[in-house]
Design a protein around this ligand. Structure first.
Ligand code: FEO
Length: 399
């Protein structure tokens, strides 16, 4: 049974949802599942925009058949070649052997790398090329590194629909609700949208900025991403989030506290710090135990908040391993423009503070407050001045 939604005249969502997958890219937990969006245009020519992950291929093929009816498929535009969207290209070619694939030169190279038999089926396009499918005219816009080098987006100049590939996507399956105005995005979706963007595309902020500049020059009416809700209003909200994330500007003045604690003593110091911050009026504080929080959530909040406090026990004369991994992940994703405060703990040779400082200093535009705190085994009354100094430094730096 096919299950589709009409986006606008002639255009249908023919994607599907996967709520079984535990880890997106086999890395990131997706408790709310994920949608793989694909779109089918019925013009004088019929055009499919991207395919879906292999896991939902059967539903996808039923959807296409349901919308096409007796028509054949003339074109398949491939904006992005990552297999969560490209897995079913060959399946489409087998079922619709007349189909022509429209993609960038690099995308066709990737198709061959993945072993697809697409000889004689490719029409290569590049930045600014246009094509008419009847009533609908489209322009192809290069979007390298959003999120792979071959990526492009396609803009339908007839109805203002932007097929935005991974840009403006989100983790989360669609519960029948396809459009942004059918959900409470700021309540139910923003955390997954941020976690998706920051972990998947976060490293490529300058490329996203370049795409946002191009998007600012066209009259967009609908944004059709490859994951998550389709946007048909409130673009300012979404573009503002993307502008902040891709320029590494914090969304909020607030404090993210991430602690690594073996027996609860470093955790106690982190709790004490959070309490003192709140007592002095800074209530926008969020705290995580690094050992039981997947790093994708930490990365997401690191992009959200202006200040990050790292509290790490010393472990094998090094940083506590999960804190170490988290810092390396921030570095790998190119996070910038944050203010850090550091707390170390150790029973005989505390040095995680010095080592964390060295790593953070290798990152771009990071500020480390000059109030490092060193605890010997457990926090005591004699440490109160140090922790007050962290609180005061954080609040002062927020002015
Ligand atoms: Fe959703 Fe980069 O693929």
């Amino acid at each position: 049974m096919y299950c589709v939604r009409e986006i606008t005249e002639d255009l249908y969502w023919v994607g599907g949802n996967d709520r079984r997958l535990a880890l997106f890219e086999n890395v990131h937990p997706i408790q709310r599942g994920v949608s793989y969006n694909s779109y089918l245009l019925l013009d004088e020519k019929t055009v499919l925009f991207d395919t879906v992950d292999w896991s939902i291929c059967r539903q996808f093929l039923e959807n296409i058949k349901g919308v096409l009816g007796d028509k054949t498929l003339d074109y398949m535009v491939i904006n992005h070649m990552e297999p969560d969207h490209a897995a079913c290209i060959e399946e489409i070619v087998i079922r619709y052997p007349e189909v022509q694939i429209i993609c960038t030169e690099k995308a066709s190279l990737f198709m061959r790398q993945f072993g697809f038999d697409i000889d004689g089926k490719i029409t290569e396009v590049k930045e600014g090329d246009t094509m008419s499918f009847g009533k609908h005219n489209v322009v192809f816009v290069a979007a390298p590194m959003v999120h792979w080098p071959e990526a492009m987006v396609t803009f339908d100049t007839t109805n203002g629909v932007l097929f935005s590939a991974d840009a403006f996507g989100s983790f989360g399956a669609l519960d029948g609700k396809l459009f942004n105005d059918e959900v409470n995005f700021d309540r139910d979706w923003i955390d997954d949208a941020r976690r998706y963007y920051t972990n998947i595309v976060g490293k490529y902020g300058p490329h996203v900025q370049a795409l946002l500049k191009k998007a600012g020059t066209i009259d967009i009416k609908i944004i059709c991403p490859l994951h998550g809700p389709v946007w048909r209003n409130d673009f300012g909200y979404l573009l503002d989030k993307y502008d902040k994330w891709s320029s590494y500007e914090p969304e909020e003045k607030g404090v993210l506290i991430v602690y690594g604690s073996m027996y609860g003593n470093t955790e106690a110091a982190a709790n004490d710090l959070a309490t003192r911050l709140v007592k002095k009026g800074m209530t926008n504080v969020n705290m995580y135990d690094v050992s039981k929080t997947h790093v994708s959530y930490l990365i997401s909040d690191s992009f959200k908040y202006s200040h990050i406090v790292l509290a790490s026990v010393t472990y094998n004369l090094n940083i506590y391993p999960p804190i170490h991994d988290y810092i390396l992940d921030m570095k790998a994703l190119n996070l910038q423009k944050r203010t850090f405060a550091l707390i170390e703990n150790g029973s005989w040779a505390p040095q995680s503070g010095k080592l964390m400082r060295e790593l953070i200093e290798q990152m771009k535009d990071m500020t480390i407050l000059d109030c490092d705190m060193s605890i010997n085994s457990s926090m005591k009354e004699s440490d109160e001045d140090s922790i007050d100094s962290i609180v005061d430094s954080i609040l002062e730096s927020m002015k």
